[in-house]
Every structure is written in structure tokens, then in C-alpha cells.
Design a protein. Structure first.
Length: 187
């Protein structure tokens, strides 16, 4: 019986680790909204995985509140260290729900963005989705206040006056909460 439990733990670990590590499943959905050669700011990009993924297609600058890789920029959480209209596209993947001053940071993101803002976020609307999100926050040692900062795609669109959103067909094994891409084209 002990060997079966041990094997089950190993299998669960492998499934969870591969699911968390495989961010490329989201990158492929985002990529179709970005023209080749557009300059990109990966806002809150942490470990620069999106920059690595896009390296042969687009120039990607990663910025976060910590230095997640050797090429990332660090900002103070309020003011981005870039000139107005510095990037064709700004991408925000699963990061805005961590920021309590969302309207201020969205204005700052829009300041540095020339053409398109792409937001990728969860929408935990059912009891089960909310429970899974809370477990995710515990697992990654994050504040439970983040759940209050998550919005539906309709609410995100109202907040940024966006053009459209798309529900992703890709789901995480450990987080079945629906994911959405919200698109704001800038005039």
C-alpha cells in the first residue's frame, strides 16, 4: 500500500509541475494578437518566459516589481521607467489581480502603449472556481485579497473601454477556472 501512495504522490507532483510550467499554452493564444516585429512590454512578466518564447519573432521587454531574470527591468509598482508610446503592445498575463491600484496602473500601462493592450486573466465566478483560486493563492503564498481584484471579462472591458474578449479553450489541469484574453486597441 505504501508504494502505491508514493507513486500517486509522484504522479500528482509531475502533473501539477508540468501544468504550472507549461505557460506556452497561453503564449500561443496571445501570439495571434501580436504582429511580427511589434515591440512588446510584458508587464509583470516575472521570469521572462514570454520573452524567451517570442525571442525570434518580437522584441520583448519584461518589467516587474522584482528582477525575475537577468534581462528584466524593475519598477516601483506605480511608475513604469519608459517614455510615452514606447511599445506597440503591452501584455499583462495573470498579474492585474495582484494590484490594488488597478485603475492607476492601467493608465500607466496605456501611457507606454502605442497600439494594443492584451490582458489575460481568470474569471472565478462559481463557488468551485473561487475555491480553486483561493487554494492557488495559498499554494503560491499570495494574499487572499487578490480574489476581490479579479474581474469578469465584461468588467475588464468596461474598465479599459476595450474592443473584445475571447474565452480560451485551454484550461489548466489544476485550475479549471475560465481564462480570457481581453483586447484593447488604441486609436
Amino acid at each position: 500500500m505504501g508504494i502505491l501512495v508514493y507513486m500517486l504522490v509522484i504522479i500528482l507532483y509531475i502533473i501539477i509541475h508540468s501544468d504550472v510550467a507549461n505557460r506556452k499554452k497561453y503564449f500561443r493564444h496571445i501570439e495571434k494578437y501580436i504582429h511580427p516585429k511589434d515591440t512588446i512590454l510584458d508587464f509583470g512578466g516575472g521570469n521572462c518566459k514570454f520573452a524567451e518564447y517570442m525571442q525570434n519573432r518580437n522584441k520583448v521587454t519584461t518589467v516587474d516589481i522584482f528582477k525575475g531574470c537577468s534581462t528584466s527591468d524593475v519598477y516601483d509598482g506605480f511608475k513604469l521607467p519608459y517614455e510615452d508610446n514606447s511599445f506597440d503592445v503591452v501584455v499583462c498575463m495573470f498579474v492585474l489581480h495582484h494590484i490594488p491600484h488597478q485603475s492607476k496602473i492601467i493608465k500607466e500601462i496605456m501611457r507606454v502603449c502605442k497600439k494594443r493592450l492584451i490582458i489575460l486573466e481568470d474569471d472565478p465566478s462559481s463557488f468551485f472556481d473561487i475555491l480553486i483560486s483561493k487554494l492557488h493563492f495559498i499554494f503560491f503564498n499570495q494574499s487572499m485579497n487578490c480574489i476581490k481584484l479579479m474581474h469578469s471579462p465584461v468588467e475588464w472591458c468596461k474598465m479599459i473601454d476595450c474592443n473584445s474578449f475571447e474565452k480560451l479553450s485551454v484550461r489548466s489541469i489544476i485550475n479549471p477556472t475560465p481564462h480570457y484574453i481581453i483586447i484593447k486597441d488604441i486609436d
